[in-house]
Structure formats: C-alpha cells, structure tokens
Design a protein around this ligand. Structure first.
Ligand SMILES: [Zn+2]
Length: 481
C-alpha cells in the first residue's frame, strides 16, 4: 500500500547535497516520504522548468537576540523569518546573549517565548562573554536543553574573551559535547590601530577597514585554532573574510584539527570601497571583519571550491541605518569606532550565493546546496531533519526560477531593518516558492506563513561536535574529557 500523500511536487529538477536529478517529491505529515515517481496526492504542484533545493539553513543570524535590559534589536524571528522565507531560508540559528543580572536560563526562557512568533524553524547559539565560574556552572544545563553550540568573541569591548576565558569555554563545550563558534580578530591590535587613526583625524566609516586589516583576523584565527587543538574541541571560525585567513583553517584541517570555516555574502560581493561612500552612507556596509577587496572575493570563491570554507551564512544583524537601533545612534559625526557593526542579509543570502555561485558558473548546484543548507545543518546538529532532500527529512523546499533576474532593494528583502547593503545588486535566479514542513510558506514573493509557524529545534548529541581525543600528550584529554 502506498502512503497517502498530502502534496506532490512533480517534474522538478531536484538538487540535493549529492546530485541533481529529475524527479517527483512526495510529502506527508510535513516530511519527505517518497522520491522518484510518486503516487497520487491531495495537492499537486507542477515544478516543470524549476529547480528544487532544500530550504536554506542559516546558522548565523541575530534575530530577536535579547539585549541588555532584556531589550531587542530591529529584527525579530517573525520579521526576520518573513525575509528568510522570501529568500528561500526555512531554518535559522540565532543567539542567546549573556545579559548582566540575568541567568543564562532566564535569557533562554525569554528567547523561547519570543520564538513562539517565529515564521521559521529556529535554534540558538549560547554567547559566553563573561566566563565566570557561576556562568560556566550553568552551561551544562543550557547545552542539555538543546543549545548545542557556544559562541565566543575574541574582540569587542563588551564581549571579548581573553585566552584563559576562551579556554574555559572550549573546555565546557568539550565536556558537554557542543560546537564552539568563534569571532576571530585581535582585540588589542584593533584598539591600538583605532587609537592611532582617531588621533590622526581619520574617523569616517572607511577607516573601519583600516582599523582591522587581514593580519588582525589571521592572528586571532590561528590562535583560536591552536587553543581548540589544545582542548580537542570542534570549532567553526565565523565570517572568514579572505584567503589568507582561510589558509590557517586549511593548514589545521590538514593536520586533523576539527575546525571548519564560514563566510558570508558580504565577503563575496561587498568591498572596502563601499565603506568609502559619501557622508555616513558607508556606515551601512560596516561589519567585522571588514569587507576586503575585489580580489579577495575571488580568493574566497577559491577557498569555497577547495572545500576549506564549507558554509555561507548571513550574519544578519539588526541595526537600522537611522533612528532606533540605528548606525547613527552616536550622532551624524560619530567616528567609525562608535558605529555598530553588522549588516542585514538573511533574505539576500540564498539568492546571492545562487546567482554569484551557480548562475556565474563558480560552483555546481549540489555544491550550492551543501554551502547553504546541508553543511550548516550537519555542523550544528540539525541533520538529517534539516538541510537536504531525502526520505524522512522535513519537507523544507525552495522552488527556483533559475533564469529570473531581480534587482535587490529593501522592499524585496521584506525584513524590518531599514536598508539592505545589497541594494542595486542584480541577481540571476530567484526563489518563487518556499515550503516549510510541507506547507506553502511563500509564493511569488508573498509570505504566507503566519507568526508562530516556526518551531524550536532542540539539538541532541551529534558526531561532528564530539571532541577529538587526539590532543597534545594525552594529559588534557584525561583531565577534561
Ligand atoms: Zn554575528
């Protein structure tokens, strides 16, 4: 007897993480239950001429992040989720901030409450920016509640960990079976350069890039990898901006260290020249690490093709250009050092990687699927439920018109942030429909998923987050394993 299907997507060119095949997809109970030639269904969608990929998995987005005072940024899981669905992303991993005077558990509770309005499926990374014994004692409970990744910053006044504190985080992750995601830039080098630049009257947004050159990122990346190697903890280096930094990751991978690298669309299509626009317009392109040169963008594509960089996330940040939560919060004459860092991109990520990658012939379709869905899902313990088109997986699907040309602007993005740094960029290839667990969530740009359509994704133990036993002299493994 065949399973009765709720939905059949027929005659599609289906791109999975492994290959591209002409077939039908049969869906029941929100999951993919048949592939190939599938039986009768309550609803049929003819996808002839379209490409079907898994829904995007964006494992680095600041959506509904609880801010000090239990406040919020400009983007919620409801509004960011709307943008995600419009751009073909169905799952996101946001962040739990560490908030003064509140326990980690309180922030998790508040984030889960906010998540009830999400339009997409979601999970969280736990940020540790104050690795006190009290905080670290709470981490095992947080991990056990399905927050199986910790985030560390090696820079920013309010967030940065010194090496000893970072080691505490690596140890806690190792003990709990969690991945560590890390922002790698040298705090003191940036501080020193910033002081010199400001003293010299070089205050505009373009000097943001001058304050944090590649070597600052490369040094911190090498140091983070070495410390993770010492404890045997798996790590992912967030937002790698250039090939020189990716080389540090490649070298470590070659000697067997469990380290992965992520990049973001801003390092593939933006450059430091964008920050050199008149007045404070350049502030809209400021993120850290800073976008580099055009040549560096090609360097990143090489690293993607080599497999050194195997995830592209958005690092969607919830700063407006002006007003509340604005880049101009410190006034129109603020120096680069006072302007918040980060750019929005949860909706832009999939179309940009499709267009710049697949349409321009830099990568294959199955590679696109690995970069934007399958690899992030595996790395953060969301597979096999998320990230691929396979029997038993959630029916999170995107139907693409590979020939459609769209010029990006803020209305197209459908997020709450008041601008997009990708305005004016023409992309070839566009998502025409998105399905979340078998339900149509977006059609022709209209987001149909209501608030609350999304679900929390607790993450259990998984292979890639298991610590390495191969640590120097064996002592560390015995002591903290
Ligand atoms: Zn981030």
């Amino acid at each position: 007897m065949t399973t009765p299907l709720d939905l059949a997507i027929r005659n599609a060119t289906v791109a999975t993480s492994r290959d591209v095949t002409q077939m039908d997809i049969g869906i029941a109970g929100g999951r993919i239950v048949q592939l190939g030639r599938v039986g009768p269904a309550a609803e049929d969608v003819d996808a002839r001429g379209l490409i079907v990929t898994p829904g995007g998995v964006d494992t680095h987005c600041h959506l509904d992040q609880v801010e000090p005072g239990m406040g919020n940024g400009a983007e919620t899981l409801a509004t960011g989720g709307r943008s995600a669905l419009a751009g073909g992303t169905t799952s996101a991993v946001s962040f739990l901030g560490q908030i003064p005077d509140h326990s980690l558990t309180e922030v998790l509770q508040e984030s889960l409450r906010r998540g009830e309005a999400s339009r997409i499926d979601y999970s969280f990374h736990q940020i540790i920016n104050d690795a006190t014994p009290e905080v670290m004692a709470e981490v095992p409970q947080i991990i056990e509640r399905g927050i199986r990744s910790l985030k560390a910053f090696l820079t920013y006044d309010a967030a940065r960990l010194n090496d000893a504190e970072f080691l505490e985080v690596l140890e806690a992750a190792r003990r709990g079976g969690a991945m560590v995601a890390v922002h790698c830039e040298n705090y003191h080098a940036i501080g020193w350069l910033t002081k010199k630049l400001l003293a010299d009257g070089r205050t505009g947004p373009k000097y943001h890039a001058w304050s944090r050159p590649k070597v600052v990122e490369r040094e911190a990346t090498y140091r983070a990898i070495c410390l993770a190697e010492l404890t045997g903890t798996p790590i992912q280096v967030f937002h790698v901006s250039c090939a020189e930094v990716a080389e540090e990751i490649a070298r470590a991978q070659a000697r067997g260290v469990k380290v992965w690298g992520e990049t973001c669309p801003q390092y593939l299509v933006l450059s430091e020249d964008d920050m050199d626009r008149p007045g404070q317009e350049g502030a809209g392109f400021m993120c850290s690490p800073a976008p580099r040169s055009r040549a560096d963008q090609e360097g990143m594509w090489d690293m993607i093709r080599r497999g050194v960089i195997d995830v592209v996330s958005s690092d969607h940040s919830a700063f407006n250009l002006t007003g509340k939560n604005g880049k101009d919060a410190a006034g129109p004459e603020a120096s680069f050092a006072e302007i918040p860092n980060g750019v929005p991109g949860v909706g832009a990520r999939m179309p940009i990687v499709f267009s710049e990658g697949v349409s321009k012939g830099r990568i294959t379709l199955d590679h696109f699927v690995r970069l934007t869905a399958a690899n992030p899902a595996k790395l953060y313990g969301l597979a096999p439920q998320k990230g691929d088109i396979a029997i038993g997986a959630d029916a999170d699907l995107v139907l693409w018109d590979a020939g459609r040309k769209v010029t990006l602007d803020n209305a197209v993005m459908q997020h709450a942030v008041d601008y997009t740094p990708y305005a004016g960029l023409e992309v070839t290839g566009w998502p025409v429909a998105t399905y979340l667990r078998g339900t149509r969530a977006m059609q022709d740009g209209e987001v149909l998923a209501p608030e609350g359509a999304g679900r929390f994704l607790p993450r259990g133990r998984y292979k890639l987050a298991e610590p390495s036993s191969d640590v120097p002299n064996g002592f560390t493994a015995a002591e903290i394993g």
